[in-house]
Design a protein around this ligand. Structure first.
Ligand code: NAP
Length: 284
């Protein structure tokens, strides 16, 4: 499908165009797109086995899609093209070692945002394969951008915000985790960030792009309740150990620091609560 973003033509590529588990199909599809125009391509790879539990159950497919295909895409681009690859806060493990300032609480949990250059310690197949994708992209095309983001939400596609919103609007109660903390990020803010990045073209490499602040899922659910004007007591905080067990481990703390982003002169995304407010209004 061809659409327009910021006045530029955008061609979306889905599984129907080429399954990312097959290198030859990926390269052939890219070559066909390349042949259509001599204009440089900006290839934004948002495809992934992004369900953390699905990745845990099917590491083979997760490895192909998350770790290998990004490298094939980067490899198939021409000299003048640009690769922008989306990655995740789940490359971090939530422990104190490796965080921006190295600080942690008494239990070894990180308490300060992760720097772009902090060592990655993924806890899950998803995190490991996404880290593999980062390396594959930068090995194939060192002039690429790897953009890590976190806890993405918007008004349309089902996500944790729409689930909390719909339950609360229906008068139901919500149980939300208090002991996993990250940076909720609105899709429109992420898209603005990506546009700013490709417009400005700072030094290549890894960047973090996420709305400002930090929150647990409980904080997000409470903020939604407050915004919708429903009883905040409908939101109950629970710990991961009290929730049904899931195949993949999640980091307790995966807040992304924006040092490189800001040093590059890119606009710092607004606080997550403001973005949440707009997304809830858009859906009303
Ligand atoms: N959501 C978050 O909170 C979050 C946080 C940090 C980073 N990210 C990153 O942001 C990106 C987008 O995530 P998302 O949450 O929007 O994921 P999503 O909704 O699951 O979208 C992933 C897309 O990848 C496609 N895909 C999966 N396997 C494929 C294959 N074998 N061949 C071709 N396409 C394939 C899916 O196609 P189908 O619909 O056909 O399956 C889907 O369109 C990912 O790189 C993810 O790692 C997301």
């Amino acid at each position: 499908m061809v659409a327009a973003l910021d006045g530029q033509p955008v061609r979306t590529w889905t599984r129907r165009d080429a399954d990312l588990t097959a290198r030859d199909r990926v390269l052939a599809t890219l070559a066909a797109i390349r042949a259509e125009s001599t204009d440089p391509i900006i290839c934004v790879n948002a495809a992934a086995v992004a369900d953390v539990d699905v990745a845990e159950r099917d590491p083979r497919t997760a490895t192909l899609v998350n770790a290998q295909a990004p490298g094939w895409l980067a490899e198939g681009l021409g000299e003048a093209d640009l690769m922008v690859h989306l990655s995740t806060d789940y490359v971090f493990g939530g422990s104190g070692s490796g965080s921006g300032s190295g600080s942690s609480d008494g239990g070894g949990r990180a308490t300060s945002p992760y720097d772009e250059e902090a060592p990655t310690v993924p806890l899950s197949v998803y995190g490991m394969t996404k880290r593999g994708g980062e390396s594959a992209v930068l090995a194939a095309r060192p002039d690429s951008y790897v953009v890590r983001t976190s806890w993405v939400f918007d008004a349309d596609k089902p996500n944790y915000v729409t689930v909390f919103r719909d339950r609360l609007l229906a008068g139901g109660s919500v149980e939300a985790l208090i002991d996993q903390v990250s940076r909720p990020t609105a899709t429109p803010d992420l898209v603005s960030g990506l546009l700013a990045l490709v417009g400005r073209r700072p030094d290549p490499g890894i960047y973090h792009c996420a709305n400002r602040g930090q929150a647990s899922r409980y904080d997000v659910a409470r903020a939604i309740a407050a915004d919708l004007g429903v009883d905040p007591a409908l939101v109950r905080g629970i710990r991961t150990a009290q929730a049904p067990s899931r195949p993949a481990a999640r980091p307790a703390y995966s807040v992304l620091g924006l040092r490189r982003w800001c040093e590059a002169g890119l606009p710092e995304p607004r606080p997550w609560r403001d973005a949440l407010h707009d997304v809830l209004r858009a859906a009303a």
